[in-house]
Write a protein that binds this ligand. Structure first.
Ligand code: GCU
Length: 568
């Protein structure tokens, strides 16, 4: 269900009743049945009424002190009334639930979903009843060995119904999905499709772009699919001119409005070109966290807060690490003129030989692409981060995933982030079997922090496999505690700002030695919560590689990066 927010929606956001279930016994108690007492001698050892409430959307860890470290189960309940008119259809839509969701309506299971960062919906047309309906969601954010991500990752595992929840009403046949983007390599030809879902699959379809006086007519076939092909003299979207057009998609039984930008992103030789012009990605890494609240970001305000800092730094790209962020981030980026690097949480240790993992990766990829395929801000799909060449079935699984991604969307760049490079005698040897499938070579390196320099940064040499592919330094940096200054700047263990600043000045010198460098992205914008970062004085459960503290205070390294981007 694409473009959910622009449909006929009823929000279920707000306070939900919850039952905290850290031992997981609620499953055995079958909480979704909401047993009631009948006899005087009856009693029930749970109730959704009279207990705590949590805000939806929002992670549960930051809402109640008992839940700060919870990686387990919370049961949510929302009651609502809905009267559905004849011939209409009704869906329940979740922007994201981290990590496992079991959804019940009026005591009946209507579906489950795995994956904490992509939307899903279930049809409830025949399950809704007149009067009060009871929606119960079991949320479990326990880490799974065969999960995406797996057991180990360096961010706070926020659980909960972390994004918007809507009821969506449609006609009996609705526009389920569409792709309206410029054809690869063209700046005026749109090549796309519309998919309708329902009983009358063969429909007249109209695409309107009022500002261009464009009306394009087509028709869907018996499978509900309509192909699109039209041209116009679009004002192309770019960071400097983030032009969006109102696009109206009309079938005989449904109308959707969207704001779509038209642009082209390609690799030409060893360069990346946007709308035919070479571009250097002035990136920054961002986790989906509101630093001031120490909670999952989800709102338009959160997105504006994070992206405004990226703009102030002088960025033209944000790497939304390490999972698809909420739609507000991607849409605000479009409006603010920021390109987006969107990434799957195929992070480090993944069980690639478990066939369940392969289908989970496939589903998550489809959900990510389906939600954002019309978002011109998204220029790169990153399908993995720091997985290892030697892991059984890893390259085969990710090569297959890359192929599916290209089939789903031929208009964007695709990459895999690696950190398997060898660094010796001040020389980088960059090899990975995945590079064959990637449009750009993305490398995380932390020389100057995790690994000391072996010589002058400006004398670094590089030996990169696929020497004709553009190279992107997708992570670099080091830690510092804001305000920790004027001390020994040559000791990593003092977490001084001067030490972090030196990492940056050295890295910038090294960047001049990298062949085909198409961009860089410091790790990262804000200090953020990660419980494995446990130094009691300097970290306190925060990864301190931010250019900003979690209070938005600029560390000395910020100014090095700001200057560098100004000079590019
Ligand atoms: C890794 C990883 C990040 C992590 C960072 C760090 O490269 O991709 O998720 O937070 O390094 O160690 O801080």
């Amino acid at each position: 269900m694409i473009s959910a927010p622009s449909r006929n929606t009823t929000s279920l956001n707000g306070s939900w009743n919850v039952i905290l279930d850290p031992t997981g016994i609620g499953e055995r108690r079958q909480l979704w049945q909401e047993k009631k007492t009948e006899l005087k001698t009856d009693f029930v050892e749970y109730s959704f009424e009279g207990g705590p409430q949590l805000k939806v959307p929002g992670d549960f860890n930051s809402q109640m002190s008992e839940l700060t470290f919870l990686e387990g189960v919370v049961w949510y309940k929302k009651e609502f009334n809905y009267s559905i008119s004849k011939g209409k259809r009704l869906f329940i839509y979740f922007g994201a639930v981290n990590y496992l969701a079991d959804v019940y309506l009026n005591g009946e299971k209507i579906g489950s979903h795995e994956g904490g960062f992509t939307p899903f919906q279930f049809e409830i047309t025949t399950k809704i009843k007149a009067g009060t309906n009871s929606l119960i969601v079991k949320v479990d954010n326990k880490r799974l060995k065969n999960g995406l991500p797996g057991i180990g990752y360096d961010w706070l595992n926020y659980g909960g119904i972390t994004r918007d929840v809507y009821l969506i009403e449609t006609g009996n046949t609705y526009v389920e999905d569409y792709s309206i983007q410029l054809k690869k390599g063209s700046r005026k030809d749109v090549l796309g499709w519309i998919k309708v879902n329902g009983v009358n699959k063969v429909q007249k379809i109209k695409i309107k772009i009022p500002e261009l006086d464009l009306v394009y007519l087509t028709r869907s076939d018996t499978s509900g699919l309509a192909r699109l092909q039209f041209s116009s003299a679009f004002k192309l979207w770019s960071p400097d001119h983030p032009k969006l057009y109102k696009v109206i998609i009309e079938s005989e039984t449904d109308t959707i409005e969207d704001e779509i930008g038209f642009r082209n992103i390609e690799v030409k030789g060893n360069k990346v070109v946007l709308n035919g012009k070479e571009i250097f990605f002035k990136g920054i890494n961002i986790h989906e966290e509101n630093p001031y609240k120490g909670s999952r970001a989800f709102s338009k305000e959160d997105a504006t807060l994070l992206l405004s800092q990226a703009k102030e730094l002088g960025c033209n790209l944000v790497r939304l690490a390490h999972y698809p962020h909420n739609e507000n981030m991607v849409k605000q980026a479009e409006k603010m003129g920021l390109m987006v690097w969107s990434e799957l949480p195929v992070y480090q240790h993944i069980e690639f030989s478990d066939t369940a993992v392969l289908s989970k990766m496939d589903l998550m990829l489809r959900e990510m692409v389906s939600r954002d395929r019309n978002r011109c801000s998204v220029v790169i799909w990153s399908l993995s981060n720091e997985t290892y060449d030697g892991t059984p079935n890893r390259t085969n699984a990710l090569a297959g995933l890359t192929k599916v991604c290209r089939a789903l969307d031929s208009t964007r760049l695709i990459t895999h982030v690696t950190n398997s490079q060898a660094y010796s005698n001040n020389s980088f040897k960059v090899r990975d079997s995945l590079y064959k499938y990637a449009d750009i070579i993305a490398v995380n390196e932390y020389i100057g922090w995790y690994i000391p320099w072996q010589g002058k940064p400006e004398n670094t040499t590089w030996n990169v496999a696929f020497p004709d592919k553009p190279v992107f330094i997708s992570e670099f940096g080091g830690e510092a505690l804001f305000g920790n200054r004027n001390g020994a700047a040559d000791e990593a263990a003092s977490w001084r700002e001067e030490y972090q600043k030196k990492i940056y000045t050295d890295q910038l010198k090294m960047f001049n030695t990298i062949p085909n460098l198409c961009g860089v992205a410091p790790w990262l914008l804000f200090d953020y919560r990660s419980l494995g970062r446990m130094h009691p004085v300097y970290q306190k459960g925060y990864n301190r590689k931010g250019l900003l503290s979690e209070k938005g205070e600029r560390k000395m390294a910020w100014y090095i990066m700001e200057q560098y981007y100004k000079s590019k």
